[in-house]
Design a protein around this ligand. Structure first.
Ligand SMILES: [Zn+2]
Length: 409
């Protein structure tokens, strides 16, 4: 006879939607045991071995999903652009707004002016909205400092958020986000600063987990992007890319050639890009919030991603300009409505495939024995409900590293 297994907590009384391999793979009337913050047993309650639990939590129906992972955000920034949003809707042109100092440069200015504490406080408020909807892991990018000191400042704020809040945060250095005003007309010179001065310092101080760039006509070309990627690779940092958002530059193929974790946006990605991404296992991160706000028409090639087996993630892209999104669930709905994902694909996009987009799929993204016990209980009948409702708040119980997290809103 085998001896009973001891654990810190046992959770039962719900259907466990495991999202293993990116599919629902639901265990009806399941049970999940946690020890030292990890899942040590998961299966049908009927088949459970003898388990001695310090705490037993019984849900009264509903479903349990993995904790949501928002794998692409710009949550740290100064100011906001609601005034600009209003101006645009009152008929003021982009050119006029830019001439008045609006657009991304206004965010750069506000971010440079803000102290670390101010940036931390405003980002924390936005982060709370994501956490209230079951997010347990968030990626946050720099990219509004656009000089050495302010990029470092942003990355420090991101690290501090991760230390202070009950959520796991991955930091990405996106210094190649836009051409700094001081380098107007000389993008190469800024790329030199990024590669020769900033990235080595970021790597040395361990301020980032990955390096990102914006490959687009209004930002950096593929050659400049490749230079940033080569530097990152030499420093041992994985890469990812804002690619094919507004035009086709084969940025996603370039990212794939560097074995990028992900290529993001991808509205203009081609079949060739999809093939290259499949070959390098690069995740396609879809960002329907920006597509919606910019009223884009060109949809990412979801059919090609399916055909070639490119994993698809969905993220908020939370940022002050093109996606002031504070709800990952709304993004799930938009990914289905605007891009044609199925609810199962969308949910995989914020769990299993989002974990892969951050390179943490061995420990995150699905309910499986050995993985971190990040999960969410939802009082709904089926997983599609998480994708279906527009707006409102679904109350949920979030368990973070095996411990129930207090609601922070
Ligand atoms: Zn972005």
């Amino acid at each position: 006879m085998s001896s009973p297994v001891s654990c810190d907590s046992l959770w039962s009384g719900a259907a466990f939607v495991t999202m293993k391999e990116g599919q629902y793979q639901t265990i009806e009337n399941g049970a999940l045991a946690v020890l030292h913050g990890k899942i040590i047993w998961l299966g049908p309650k009927d088949a459970m071995p003898e388990i001695i639990a310090a705490e037993h939590h019984h849900f009264d129906g509903g479903i349990v999903t993995p904790g949501f992972i928002d794998c692409h955000t710009h949550l740290v920034f100064g100011g906001d652009r609601s005034a600009e949003f209003e101006k645009r809707l009152n008929g003021v042109s982009y050119a006029q707004i830019a001439a008045e100092g609006g657009g991304i440069i206004s965010t750069v200015r506000a971010t440079r002016t803000a102290s670390e504490d101010e940036l931390l406080a405003s980002a924390r408020q936005r982060l709370k909205h994501l956490l209230a909807e079951g997010v347990t892991t968030v990626e946050i990018k720099s990219g509004y400092g656009l000089d050495i000191d302010n990029e470092i400042k942003m990355l420090r704020v991101i690290r501090r958020l991760g230390e202070q809040e009950p959520v796991e945060i991955y930091a990405t250095c996106l210094a190649a986000h836009a051409i700094p005003p001081e380098f107007s007309g000389d993008a190469d010179a800024w790329i030199d600063v990024v590669c020769e001065q900033l990235l080595p310092r970021v790597a040395q101080e361990k301020l980032a987990d990955a390096v990102d760039a914006f490959c687009e006509h209004l930002a950096f070309n593929p050659l400049q992007t490749a230079k940033v990627f080569t530097t990152a690779r030499d420093l041992g940092l994985p890469v990812k890319l804002h690619a094919e958002q507004l035009s086709a530059l084969a940025g996603s193929s370039l990212a794939a050639s560097f074995n990028a974790l992900s290529a993001d946006h991808l509205e203009y990605a081609t079949e060739e890009d999809a093939k290259a991404m499949a070959a390098s296992n690069t995740v396609a991160v879809l960002l329907p919030g920006a597509f919606y706000l910019l009223r884009e028409k060109q949809r990412p090639p979801v059919e090609a991603f399916r055909q070639y087996g490119v994993p698809m993630a969905v993220a908020s892209d939370a940022n002050p300009g093109t996606s002031p999104a504070l709800s990952l669930r709304l993004m799930l709905n938009m990914a289905c409505t605007l891009f044609g994902l199925t609810p199962e694909e969308a949910l995989a996009g914020v769990t299993f495939h989002a974990a892969q987009a951050l390179g943490i799929q061995a420990s995150h993204g699905s309910l499986e024995e050995g993985k971190i016990a990040n999960f969410v209980h939802w009082p709904v009948a089926r997983p599609a409900e998480l994708v279906y409702w527009l707006g409102g708040q679904l109350p949920c119980t979030v368990v973070y590293e095996g411990v129930r997290r207090e609601s922070s809103l």
